[in-house]
Design a protein around this ligand. Structure first.
Ligand code: PLP
Length: 232
């Protein structure tokens, strides 16, 4: 079986090829290593292989890992990529560097109020339900411009961009469509004068499509750590 380090190298090869195919500089795309369900030792291994940005879905699981990896904290970015309830905003504002799943003003206001003064502003993305799935969380695209304008005003947040989890699709062209729509939405916001630079999109199965459409941060888990146990 391939090691975590070998898998990371393979993901970087895929990213580099997609950047070449998309005529984008390799430095335009960062890898966010999604470590949900994998333990602190696995994160340590990825860190030893050179990775510095890690994504977690479940707040308590993440807090345990952040504590177990306190010795690496200064060099690590922790990103929350799972749903955030309002009763968890304080610990998230205190412990994470990024939140990708903001989809309500109330949550953003709490994160801004609760972000400790001694830390840099919390970096946030708005989650967009780009495929229009009834069950998915995230904003409808038409809701995004007004909310983005409000969140950009909050003092202890830095609104960086948009995040989406498109519906799985088989072929590259079908995979590219929702990613293209998210990129178009970001350009619209930039045209409104919002200083946003991040497209958090692309996972193990569709990172090529995402990079071709302008992803700046791809969130990759199973291609690095192997398949996760099925949720109970
Ligand atoms: C689990 C997860 C990922 C990573 O998915 P893989 O298919 O394992 O690469 C990316 N983004 C979000 C929001 C996730 O929950």
């Amino acid at each position: 079986m391939a090691t975590i380090k070998e898998n990371i190298q393979e993901v970087h090869r895929r990213l580099a090829k997609a950047c070449t195919d998309g005529a984008r500089p390799p430095s335009a795309v960062r890898l966010l290593v999604v470590s949900k369900t994998f333990d602190a030792a696995a994160v340590r291994e990825a860190h030893a292989a050179g990775e510095r940005a890690f994504g977690e879905n479940y707040v308590q699981e993440a807090l345990d890992k952040i504590a177990a990896l306190a010795d690496l904290r200064a060099g690590i970015e922790w990103h929350l990529i799972g749903p955030l309830q309002s009763n968890k905003t304080r610990v998230v504002a205190e412990s994470f560097d990024w939140v990708h799943t903001v989809d309500r003003l109330k949550i953003a206001q709490r994160l801004s109020e609760q972000r400790p003064e001694g830390l840099a502003p919390l970096q946030v993305c708005l989650q967009v339900n780009i495929s229009g799935e009834a069950s998915k969380s995230g904003l409808r695209p038409e809701e995004v411009p007004a909310l983005a304008a409000q969140i950009a005003q909050l003092p202890r947040l830095r609104l960086r961009g948009l995040m989406a989890i498109p519906e799985p699709a088989g072929d590259l062209e079908a995979q590219r469509r929702p990613h293209r729509q998210l990129a178009e939405l970001l350009r619209r916001l930039q045209g409104q004068g919002l200083d946003m630079d991040t497209l958090s999109m692309g996972m193990s199965a569709d990172l090529e499509a995402a990079v071709l459409e302008g992803a700046t941060l791809v969130r990759v888990g199973s291609a690095i750590f192997g398949s996760r146990p099925a949720p109970i």
